[in-house]
Ligand binder design. Structure first.
Ligand SMILES: [Zn+2]
Length: 132
């Protein structure tokens, strides 16, 4: 079903002229075709954005908990990728970077606390970190 753009009468899809006002309907057909083309373009772009995954951001986020070094590198790549992907997974990439850095700080902090609790000296600790 379509409607006459001039008088609004309800017409059959294959009508070329409006039965009520005699308006030629070809122009409307062209507009509709253009509209549906631009709709297809929009949805294919949307499709690309939805399925072009920012894998480094996702993997980097997970890795930041387990291997902060790997997580940090992947999250930075993910952050760069997110600019290309209209900000996709930007928050995840930033979270990955923060968690990776926190993971470092906490890991070294715990290591330091345990070492000191076991009666180690600061200089021994530093040497230990450098040599290992
Ligand atoms: Zn009409």
């Amino acid at each position: 079903m379509k409607h006459c753009p001039k008088c609004g009468a309800q017409l059959a899809d294959d009508d070329d002229y409006c039965y009520f006002c005699g308006n030629k309907l070809e122009e409307e057909k062209v507009e509709r075709t253009e509209a549906s083309f631009s709709h297809i373009e929009n949805s294919s772009e949307q499709y690309r954005n939805n399925y072009d995954n920012n894998t480094p951001a996702v993997v980097g986020f997970v890795m930041s908990f387990i291997f902060p070094m790997v997580g940090l590198v992947l999250s930075i790549i993910g952050l760069k990728n997110s600019k290309r992907l209209n900000g996709k997974n930007r928050g995840l990439a930033i979270a990955g970077i923060i968690i990776a850095i926190l993971n470092y700080v906490i890991t070294f902090g715990l290591y330091f606390i345990i070492y000191m609790a076991e009666g180690g000296q600061v200089w021994d600790f530093v040497q230990n970190v450098v040599t290992n």
